[in-house]
Write a protein of this length. Structure first.
Ligand code: FMN
Length: 171
């Protein structure tokens, strides 16, 4: 199978997961890993399976990813999976499902089979700590706890989970 892993990433977390998925996919398939800005809408039609990745920004997939989903060209028999990184420790199942909604909607519209969405924590870039702490109105102590919790993610376990998820999609 031809597999495309494409992603948007500002500080490298989503890119790390993209590379893990690419490593897994490359074991048994012809796989390409490309930044979103390096693909054209038509490129997507050339692949059997597409993994599309985004960080969460303000509780939503990033604009470049949503734009790509609206213009991508599909071909018959394709499958698509999402992968998302976020600084929050965990979201309830139904929220995660909600975040993947633009991927599901694009699949439905273009006749692509939606096969799920992987997510894991990704540490917030240092430059964003102050504004986010303020926005969430957290005390220094509460924020320090949150920073401790997110530091190091995506970690080895996250990478292993992403690979397992990709393996299941490609089975
Ligand atoms: C502008 C901005 C908004 C963000 N909004 C959220 C959010 O609403 N929820 C969340 O859990 N993480 C949020 N984050 C954290 C990122 O989703 C997280 O750190 C992600 O792993 C970054 O991925 P990247 O390194 O691939 O850019 C936000 C980060 C930025 C820069």
């Amino acid at each position: 199978m031809k597999v495309l892993i494409t992603f948007f990433s500002q500080s490298g977390n989503t890119e790390k997961i993209a590379k893990a998925i690419w490593e897994e996919a490359s074991l048994a398939h012809e796989a390409d890993c490309k930044k979103l800005e390096d693909i054209t809408p038509g490129d997507v039609a050339l692949y059997d399976v597409i993994f599309i990745g985004s960080p969460l920004h303000s509780g939503s997939l990033t604009t470049p990813v949503k734009e790509c989903l609206s213009v991508l060209q599909a071909s018959s028999g394709q499958k698509m999976a999402g992968f998302i990184t976020h600084f929050a420790p965990a979201y309830p199942e139904q929220d995660m499902d909600g975040f993947a909604e633009p991927i599901k909607a694009a699949c439905k519209e273009k006749g692509i089979e939606y096969v799920g969405c992987f997510d894991c924590q990704g540490a917030l870039a240092e430059s964003m700590h102050e504004p986010v702490q303020k926005k969430l109105n957290l005390s220094d102590k509460a924020w320090a706890g949150m920073v401790k919790q997110m530091t190091g993610h995506p970690n080895e376990e996250d990478v292993a989970n992403a690979k397992a998820c990709a393996k299941a999609v490609l089975a």
